[in-house]
Write a protein that binds this ligand. Structure first.
Ligand SMILES: Nc1ncnc2c1ncn2[C@@H]1O[C@H](COP(=O)(O)OP(=O)(O)OP(=O)(O)O)[C@@H](O)[C@H]1O
Ligand SMILES: [Mg+2]
Length: 184
């Protein structure tokens, strides 16, 4: 089973990618003051109807034909329930989807954040044409990664080049580490 938050968020990101999004905004906030981990994920993919959103946290709801049970959303919702948090989906067909999730930061079952750089690397590998914006913040500082900026810097070199992907992963993880260190 997937044990850290990054791998759970990756499931949601993959849904956004499969929904045909061209922009994905992800914000992760760790607040000691509020004792919260907050995840905001916004995409401009195909969206869902109100009825579907109502059912989508049920593991027996999925539009995929190959497998009857879709687990990504239901699992994340279950995790927030388990971690004294909350989970909300706002979606509109043809417009996009906003997912807001919160977990209590020091709750016993709250998983560690995990490898956010690797998570973003998997997304870029899945679709490098999407414009990804990642913001990580805590009470003191923040770090922002924008795939479009990296693309502009690369001047025609593909984001999919293995050394570029690895650079992106490290760049993100180091950026997040710096934000965390600022707290001390
Ligand atoms: N961001 C989104 N935009 C549009 N539709 C979405 C989005 N997220 C989820 N969905 C819809 O909700 C369904 C359920 O998602 P969920 O991740 O729970 O299962 P799945 O993706 O079908 O299967 P699994 O994640 O287990 O491989 C998806 O099949 C999709 O139709
Ligand atoms: Mg899924």
């Amino acid at each position: 089973m997937m044990e850290d938050l990054a791998m759970q968020i990756l499931e949601l990101l993959m849904n956004s990618i499969h929904a045909g999004a061209s922009h994905i905004y992800l914000t992760i906030t760790e607040s000691e003051k509020e004792n919260l981990i907050q995840v905001h994920l916004e995409d401009d993919g195909k969206g869902m109807t109100e009825e579907f959103v109502a059912k989508v946290t049920d593991p027996f709801t999925t539009t995929r034909k190959t497998r009857k049970v879709g687990m990504g959303v239901a699992f994340f919702k279950g995790l927030t329930d388990m971690c004294n948090g909350r989970f909300e989906i706002n979606s509109r067909p043809g417009t996009g989807t906003l997912i807001t999730a919160e977990l209590q930061r020091d709750w016993i079952d709250t998983p560690p954040l995990g490898n956010i750089g690797e998570m973003m690397m998997y997304c870029i590998q899945a679709d490098e044409n999407i414009s990804y914006v990642l913001k990580y913040s805590n009470d003191k500082s923040d770090f922002i990664f924008q795939s479009d900026e990296v693309k502009a810097m690369l001047d025609g070199v593909s984001l999919l080049e293995p050394e570029i992907l690895l650079w992106v992963k490290d760049y993100i993880n180091e950026g997040i580490e710096h934000v965390k260190e600022d707290l001390q």
